[in-house]
Design a protein around this ligand. Structure first.
Ligand SMILES: Cc1cc2nc3c(=O)[nH]c(=O)nc-3n(C[C@H](O)[C@H](O)[C@H](O)COP(=O)(O)OP(=O)(O)OC[C@H]3O[C@@H](n4cnc5c(N)ncnc54)[C@H](O)[C@@H]3O)c2cc1C
Ligand code: SF4
Length: 350
């Protein structure tokens, strides 16, 4: 492992200053992602500033929504009563990720900031523009079955791996930060970047900008997260879908749909959302919406299978969220390896 200095942050402003002044310094929180990258030699910082001890762990009611401290663990957020009851997609997404042990360590800021699971990114023998800008992209022309359908570029076709991020995008969460230029609020849908010609930049955060909380705005509808993966545990989404539905009597007032596993950021299907507004939910409507959601998909050589898989997932997520189809239960079974179906029911911590 590349040698580095380790420092425990004493305050948010000290952490920001310490990282901001050294170009290859970075934060570490739960460490479940950072330590892997350090061991693999993919990430070689000269300084790690540990922010896990900062008092950013509280989850509180905030402006009719919920404010989740950056250092709250994935487990704490998943089982927080107001999140389970009012934002079940967030709980479902968290519980569909990693393992109990990892969720107990992983933080709410660290999760959406984890880096891609493109296998070439972690293989130092392969060219990768995200790891080493200008070196090339082994996935284009390589085995690209887990790669992007939307928003990719000639420099990078990677996908973003966080389940949580997909639910937060569908719920229009906001990210609070403090950085070298002071505090700011970022719409969650603007946090992650498309690769363009700078795939080494995953987010819009400035160097040294610290996330302090993630805010869930007021929401009175139903939400739901579904994920398809290659095995039932310890596997990232091949495709996933978060839905947030608000009803006006029998009609859909507003629908929000975010897709995971298909782009370098959670992919909001905004034109599809507009198709649903004002209509009474039917399976036919949902099938048309799912077709529209993937109409602009640009498959690579090995990932076209994600298009029918993603469409079916959107239909099922909409059917279950609207109540047209019963939830498949906590270990949702329509896809053997999916997790979901909590949608407002209180689950027991494991
Ligand atoms: C075997 C395995 C399976 C997994 N499966 C899944 C899965 O199925 N789905 C899924 O979504 N995830 C999965 N994960 C990823 C896991 O969820 C992440 O590793 C974890 O959420 C990262 O959180 P952390 O606190 O440990 O972050 P760290 O590893 O400490 O940091 C991650 C990144 O966040 C930055 N960071 C941390 N805190 C802050 C802050 N406050 N402000 C600014 N930057 C910050 C760090 O600098 C770093 O860049 C898996 C991980 C493993 C090891
Ligand atoms: S897809 Fe992106 S992360 Fe993967 S090898 Fe290409 S540049 Fe690297």
């Amino acid at each position: 492992m590349h040698p580095f200095q380790y420092q425990r942050a004493t305050s948010g402003s000290q952490a920001v200053a310490a990282v901001a002044k050294i170009p290859d310094a970075s934060f570490i929180a739960g460490g479940t992602s950072q330590v892997d990258l350090l061991k693999e030699g993919v990430h070689q910082p000269s300084l790690l500033v540990d922010v896990a001890g900062l008092p950013l762990r509280q989850i509180t009611d905030f402006e009719d929504g919920v404010r989740i401290g950056a250092n709250a663990t994935n487990t704490e957020a998943a089982y927080y009563p107001a999140i389970l009851a009012r934002y079940p997609a967030v709980s479902e997404a968290l519980l569909a990720g990693a393992s109990v042990q990892i969720r107990n360590m992983a933080t709410m800021a660290g999760n959406p900031l984890q880096r891609t699971r493109c296998p070439y990114f972690r293989d130092l023998a392969q060219p990768c523009n995200k790891r080493t800008p200008g070196s090339g992209c082994a996935a284009i022309g390589g085995y690209n079955h887990v790669h992007a359908l939307f928003g990719a570029s000639a420099a990078c076709v990677a996908t973003h791996p966080s389940d949580l991020a997909v639910a937060l995008a569908a719920l229009d969460a906001r990210v609070q930060t403090t950085g070298p230029q002071g505090p700011r609020t970022i719409a969650f849908t603007d946090l992650h970047r498309l690769p363009g010609t700078t795939p080494h930049l995953d987010t819009v955060l400035a160097h040294g900008e610290l996330i302090t909380s993630i805010d869930l705005p007021a929401f009175a509808g139903r939400s739901h997260y579904l994920k398809v993966r290659e095995r039932a545990s310890y596997a990232y989404a091949l495709a996933s879908c978060a839905v947030a539905l608000e009803m006006d009597g029998p009609k859909i007032k507003r629908a929000r749909i975010a897709l995971g596993g298909v782009a370098s950021k959670p992919w909001r299907a905004t034109s599809t959302e507009a198709l649903l507004a004002g209509h009474v939910p039917t399976e036919k409507l949902f099938r048309a919406a799912a077709t529209a959601a993937f109409a602009d998909a640009k498959p690579l050589e090995h990932n076209a299978y994600k298009i029918p898989m993603g469409r079916n997932l959107v239909v099922r997520a909409l059917l279950e969220t609207s109540g047209l189809q019963p939830l498949a239960g906590p270990a949702g079974t329509a896809f053997a390896a999916s997790v979901g179906g909590m949608a407002g029911q209180v689950a027991t911590p494991n």
